[in-house]
Design a protein around this ligand. Structure first.
Ligand code: MLC
Ligand code: AMP
Length: 514
């Protein structure tokens, strides 16, 4: 048994009465006992595979409570959870498996046909399936296992999770997060957001990224709070759940979709205590519309895969956290307790109030580095141990942090990160393509989406729709540009660099209502 195993921290918060409902899913209710016993069975099943502690358990499955329990089981067993977006296509999955060398690969039964050969090619020993309807070989393999399990002995710095994030250059990098990284952040947020004994979280996000997996699930479990579970977000259902829920977490797209529902009123949200947004910038007008329609001010916070949560607007005035109560719209609030945040200029000098520069951070939540990429890790940290977030921002006189842009060439679409360089490299490999540029354009639903400008090789005839279809075969759907156009050349400056700002300007109104 280990005091450092994060599962132990979560388990200690379970209510004394284990028969109470822990997760209210559409099909059934899971009690706290179910969570404990099923994750014990799954941890024992992992134990029966005789793989060394710290093995990677790669999981690409549809959202389900069982998938969450597999995550808890991985923590219990002292292995490393590696969640993969269900939108990833075979080329992307191959890369992750080759890179991470998991001992176990779990996919949805529907994808087994194409995922299993990829796993076999990469030498994965154990390949299983898990469906979102309780089907699949994982649960049947675990069914006969004991319902008790002592969490594996781990050290605070031992890895708990690897989250792959794309980069501006090259392939995705696996951000390594330890038990201590995730525990420290979950504990801080529990106090900072004033979690209460009667809170009920409406869980509407996917669970293969930081927001849904850590901020939401850890937030509820570490407080012993039940969750109303949505396998897939739907605005009408989410609003209906607000009669029982108290806390909602979403990316801005979820909020704009709910704003389009007449059912969103002060009455339908009266039972709610807290609405939290993050993963992408929320427009000031979305904040204002939400306040007008519901009377609630959304609390915006900022984080990333490498660091979990970094800053947050206040929940309420609390002397421990500076005493301010204002949720300042357009800002992401204050550095969380324990997080050091500084804004740095081009020469590495630390900037003052209101000065704009690169955001750097340090704290117990900041990851240990990228999986098997020591050089990349070294590049992203300063000599004094600060992580370079790639976000550009400023801090005002009251200490509120505002993100004004990104130094990394990144599009955030519906809360998912899309790196133009990755999309361009796929586009450039398509027949007849000489070169391409992908830029972000404002979008009323997704906040931002990709637009591709493609230059054909001499004599080649390119069809924009065919290019989009070809990309859909190779890339996760959210990375595929929503518009593609053919051009004779790309605008370049005197240094020969593509002037993406000109392309951004040219497409800035493409998706916006006139
Ligand atoms: C879906 N589509 C998207 C998209 N999601 N396009 C661009 N951006 C997205 N985010 C496209 C699909 O490709 C498809 O296109 C069409 O939209 C419909 O697909 P869908 O699957 O039906 O969409 P839907 O289920 O409505 O999904 C939209 C969504 C989802 C907003 C609910 O994207 C989502 O759950 N986003 C949340 C992401 C998230 O959790 N991020 C946290 C990262 S952690 P076509 O052409 O095939 O029809 C992080 C750190 C932090 O950033 O601070 O939190
Ligand atoms: P990811 O790598 O998917 O974890 O995405 C992290 C990135 O999302 C950050 O580096 C920011 O660019 C962005 N992000 C997260 N929260 C916010 C926010 N509230 N406002 C603006 N950008 C955000």
């Amino acid at each position: 048994m280990s005091a450092h195993n994060f599962y132990q921290t979560l388990r200690a918060a379970f209510p004394a009465d284990l028969e109470r409902g822990a997760v209210f899913a559409a099909q059934r209710t899971y009690s706290w006992r179910d969570l404990d016993e099923t994750s014990a069975r799954l941890a024992n099943w992992l134990g029966s595979l005789n793989i060394p502690q710290g093995s990677r358990i790669a999981v690409q499955v549809e959202k389900s409570v069982e998938a969450m329990m597999l995550y808890l089981a991985t923590l219990r067993a002292g292995h490393v959870f590696l969640p993969l977006n269900t939108a990833y296509q075979s080329g992307e999955i191959s890369y992750f498996i080759e890179n991470a060398q998991p001992a176990v690969l779990v996919c949805s039964p529907a994808n087994r046909e194409w995922v299993e050969p990829l796993g076999q090619q990469a030498g994965v020993q154990h390949i299983y399936t898990l469906g979102d309807d309780g089907s699949g070989s994982v649960l049947s393999a675990a069914a006969q296992q004991p319902v008790t399990h002592s969490p594996a002995d781990v050290q605070p710095q031992d890895l708990a999770v690897i989250i792959y994030t794309s980069g501006t250059t090259g392939r995705s990098k696996g951000a390594m997060l330890s038990h201590e990284n995730i525990r420290s952040n979950a504990q801080v947020l529990q106090t900072y957001w004033g979690w209460q004994s009667d809170d009920v979280l409406i869980h509407a996000l996917p669970i293969f990224h930081v927001h849904g997996l850590f901020v939401a699930i850890h937030g509820a479990l570490i407080n012993g709070s039940p969750m109303i579970w949505m396998d897939k977000f739907d605005p009408k259902t989410a609003i209906a759940h607000m009669a029982q829920g108290t806390v909602f977490m979403g990316v801005p797209t979820l909020y704009t979709r709910m704003l389009a529902e007449p059912a969103l009123t002060p009455q339908s949200t009266a039972h709610m205590r807290l609405f939290i947004s993050g993963s992408a910038p929320m427009l000031v007008e979305t904040h204002q519309q939400w306040r007008d329609r519901t009377g609630h001010t959304i609390l915006e916070r900022y984080g990333m895969s490498e660091t979990v949560m970094l800053t947050s607007n206040p929940f309420q005035a609390d002397a421990r956290f500076g005493g301010r109560s204002e949720r300042r719209i357009g800002t992401v609030g204050f550095p969380l307790p324990g997080v050091s945040l500084r804004v740095v200029g081009d020469e590495g000098q630390v900037l003052g109030t209101e000065e704009i520069g690169g955001i750097q951070v340090k704290g117990p939540n900041v990851f240990a580095g990228y999986w098997q990429m020591p050089e990349k890790t070294a590049e992203e940290f300063t000599a004094d141990g600060f992580f370079k977030t790639g976000d550009v921002g400023k801090v005002d006189a009251d200490g509120y942090v505002t993100i004004v842009g990104r130094s990394k060439d990144l599009i955030i679409s519906g809360g998912y990160n899309v790196y133009p360089a990755e999309v361009e490299s796929y586009l450039n490999n398509l027949p007849g393509v000489a070169e391409s540029a992908v830029v972000g354009a404002p979008h009323p639903d997704f906040g931002e989406v990709g637009v591709a400008v493609v230059v054909p090789k001499a004599g080649a005839q390119l069809d924009p729709q065919a290019l989009i279809q070809a990309l859909k075969q190779k890339l996760a759907n959210y990375k595929v540009p929503k518009h593609c156009e053919i051009a004779t050349d790309l605008p370049r400056n005197t240094m020969g660099k593509v002037q993406k700002n000109l392309l951004r300007n040219a497409h800035s109104q493409r998706f916006m209502p006139s």
